[in-house]
Ligand binder design. Structure first.
Ligand code: ADP
Ligand code: MG
Length: 531
C-alpha cells in the first residue's frame, strides 16, 4: 500500500498549512496515488471505499490549480446528494483556508435559488453541486461553464443510480473539451465504464480497493442467529460492549422504521435514516448522531452513504448486505483514523454462503462468536456500576449517606444484603435487555420450554373493580415485559388467572409480589395445577 507524507507532494505552503491544521498526518493511499496524477492534469478514474479520503484526493489538486486572479468558474464538483455537496464544500473550504480570494459555492435543490444567484454574480471559482441543480443554472444562464478547467464526478456510481446520467452528460457536453475530467466511484459497473470511455481522455486508473484504510483496525465478528432473535441479540451486544455510537444497517426502509421503534421502546436512544425521509429531517438525524445525542443510528445503505461520522464504535449488519462490496462500505464507517472499531454481522442459516463470499472478497476471516448470554451482559453492567461506585467512594463526602446505611445496619440488616439489593435495584432501573426479556437465546435457537405458558394466580378480581387491562398494564408496566407476550387473563369475582411465558415467571413473581394494582395490594403465585 502506497502512502506518502504530504510534504513529499509538491504542494503550496498555504495548502501544507491547511492540511496540517486539519490534523492529517499522512496522505491516505488514494490521496498518495491521485494527487500527483491530478496535479499533472491527467484525466483519472479513482476507485476506493468510503472513508478513504477521496474528498481531499481531488480537493487538494483542484484548489492548487485555481487561478486566483481569474474570477471565472474554473472547477465543478458533482455530487449525488445535497448533504455530500455541503460536506465536500466544507472540506474544500478548510483546505483553502489560507488561500485568499478563492470562492466556493455549493448549489443544490431545496435551497432558494436567489441566494445562489447572488453568490454566483459575485464570482465563484468552484461550484459543488448536484447535477440537477447545476443543469438548472446552466439553462438559466447563471452558470457559465466556458472557462471550466476541471470537472470532478464524486460518487459517480451513486449519481447514476439516482438517475442523474442525462444531466451529467449534458454538463460534460457543455464544457470545453480541453478540460480535465476526474471521476470517483466506489464501484465500476458497466454504465460507469461507458461514461468514462465517452468523456475521459486516456484516463489513469487509480484503484485502492482491498486496502481500505479502516479494515485493519476493525474487529469483525459474526453471530449465527434466527431472524426473530436478532433484536434481542442486538441489544445484548450493545449492552455487552457498552456502545455509545453504533451504526446499524437494515436492508429495507421498513426494517429501519421497525427497528428504531423497537429500540426506542427498550429505552435506547435510536434514530433512523432512509431515503423516504425529508431532506431536512435527514439532516437533523445526522446532526444528532454526529453530536452523539443519538447513540444508535439505523440506516439503509443508500441513506448512509456520505454520512461522515468519524468515531462510530461499531457497525452492525443487522441484515446481511446484499452485495459484498456493501459490506466493505458499511464496515468502513468504523475503525477510522487509527481508532479501533468493531463490525458485527448477523447471519441466518440460509445466509452462510453470503458470508463465504464476503470473506473471499475482503480476504479476511470473520470470527464466529456466541451470542452473549443474559448473564454475560449482566456481569458487564455490574462491573460498570462498580466502577462508578468505586469512583464515588474515592471522591469522598459520603458521611451523611453512611449514616443512613448505619440505621439499616442497626435494624439488623447486614451490609452484604444491603449492597446486593442496591446493585439489583440499579440493574432494574437502567435500560436493559433484561427488563424486557431475560430468556436465553441459544445460538440460533430459543431454549426449549421457556415460552411455555404458565398460569399465575392473583388474589384480586372483578369485585375489586379491576379489569383485565389493569392487570396487563400493571405487569407490563412494573416489569417492562412487553404486554403482547402476556397471555389470556381470566377474571373471577375475587381472584384472577393470567398466563405468561415460563421464562418470565420468576421475574414477574419477584416484582409483582406485594405490589399494588389499583391501590389493592396483591398476592401472586403460580396457580396450582388443578385450577
Ligand atoms: P470518502 O469520500 O473516501 O468517503 P472522505 O473524503 O469523506 O472519504 O474522508 C473521510 C474522513 O477522513 C474525513 O473526516 C476526512 O476529513 C478524513 N481524512 C481525509 N484524509 C485524511 C488523512 N490523510 N488523514 C486523516 N484523515 C483524513
Ligand atoms: Mg466522499
Amino acid at each position: 500500500m502506497k502512502k506518502i507524507k504530504f510534504e513529499e507532494l509538491m504542494l503550496s505552503r498555504e495548502m501544507q498549512k491547511a492540511i496540517s491544521d486539519l490534523g492529517f498526518e499522512e496522505a491516505t493511499p488514494i490521496q498518495s496515488e491521485a494527487i500527483p496524477v491530478l496535479l499533472e492534469r491527467h484525466d483519472a478514474i479513482g476507485q476506493a471505499q468510503t472513508g478513504t479520503g477521496k474528498t481531499a484526493a481531488f480537493g487538494i489538486p483542484a484548489i492548487e490549480m485555481l487561478n486566483k486572479s481569474d474570477k471565472n468558474l474554473q472547477a465543478v464538483v458533482l455530487c449525488p446528494t445535497r448533504e455530500l455537496a455541503i460536506q465536500v464544500a466544507e472540506e474544500m473550504s478548510k483546505l483553502a483556508k489560507y488561500k485568499k480570494d478563492v470562492c466556493f459555492l455549493p448549489v443544490y435543490g431545496g435551497q432558494p435559488i436567489e441566494r445562489q444567484l447572488k453568490a454566483l454574480k459575485k464570482g465563484v471559482q468552484v461550484v459543488i453541486g448536484t447535477p440537477g441543480r447545476v443543469m438548472d443554472h446552466m439553462e438559466r444562464g447563471t452558470i457559465d461553464l466556458s472557462q471550466v478547467k476541471l470537472i470532478v464526478l464524486d460518487e459517480a456510481d451513486e449519481m447514476l443510480d439516482m438517475g442523474f446520467r442525462d444531466d451529467i452528460e449534458f454538463i460534460l457536453k457543455n464544457t470545453p473539451k480541453s478540460r480535465q475530467t476526474v471521476m470517483f466511484s466506489a464501484t465500476m459497473p458497466k454504465p460507469i465504464l461507458e461514461l468514462t470511455k465517452k468523456y475521459l481522455k486516456s484516463p489513469k486508473n487509480i484503484k485502492v480497493v482491498h486496502e481500505v484504510l479502516t479494515v485493519p483496525n476493525t474487529e469483525q465478528i459474526y453471530y449465527e442467529i434466527k431472524e426473530k432473535n436478532k433484536l434481542e441479540a442486538l441489544c445484548r451486544v450493545i449492552d455487552l460492549y457498552n456502545l455509545k455510537l453504533a451504526l446499524v444497517f437494515s436492508n429495507t426502509k421498513r426494517g429501519v422504521d421497525e427497528l428504531v421503534e423497537h429500540l426506542q421502546a427498550r429505552g435506547y436512544s435510536a434514530d433512523g435514516l432512509h431515503g423516504d425521509m425529508k431532506q431536512s429531517t435527514r439532516e437533523k438525524v445526522m446532526g444528532r448522531f454526529r453530536k452523539g445525542s443519538t447513540e444508535i443510528l439505523v440506516a439503509t445503505d443508500v441513506a448512509a452513504r456520505g454520512l461522515d461520522v468519524d468515531n462510530v464504535e461499531a457497525v452492525f449488519n443487522y441484515d446481511m448486505p446484499q452485495d459484498e462490496e456493501y459490506y466493505v462500505h458499511r464496515i468502513g464507517r468504523t475503525g477510522r483514523a487509527g481508532k479501533s472499531g468493531k463490525a458485527f454481522t448477523f447471519v441466518t442459516g440460509r445466509e452462510l454462503y453470503k458470508l463465504k463470499d464476503i470473506q473471499k472478497y475482503t480476504k479476511t476471516k470473520l470470527k464466529l462468536n456466541p451470542i452473549p448470554s443474559f448473564d454475560d451482559v449482566e456481569e458487564v453492567r455490574v462491573n460498570l456500576f462498580f466502577d462508578t461506585v468505586k469512583k464515588t467512594i474515592d471522591e469522598g463526602s459520603l458521611k451523611k449517606y453512611a449514616n443512613y446505611v448505619k440505621n439499616l445496619l442497626d435494624e439488623e440488616y447486614n451490609s452484604l444484603d444491603i449492597a446486593a439489593a442496591l446493585v439489583k435495584m440499579n440493574l432494574f432501573q437502567e435500560r436493559s435487555t433484561s427488563d424486557s426479556n431475560n430468556g436465553e437465546i441459544e445460538n440460533d435457537k430459543v431454549k426449549g420450554g421457556s415460552l411455555r405458558p404458565v398460569r399465575l394466580f392473583l388474589n384480586v378480581g372483578k369485585k375489586d373493580k379491576i379489569r383485565p387491562g389493569d392487570i396487563l398494564g400493571a405487569i407490563a408496566g412494573e416489569t417492562g415485559i412487553p404486554g403482547k407476550v402476556i397471555g389470556e387473563i381470566d377474571m373471577y369475582d375475587k381472584f384472577s388467572f393470567v398466563n405468561v411465558p415460563e421464562k418470565y415467571v420468576d421475574e414477574i413473581l419477584d416484582i409483582m409480589q406485594d405490589n399494588q394494582i389499583r391501590g389493592k395490594r396483591i398476592n401472586i403465585e403460580v396457580a396450582n395445577k388443578k385450577s
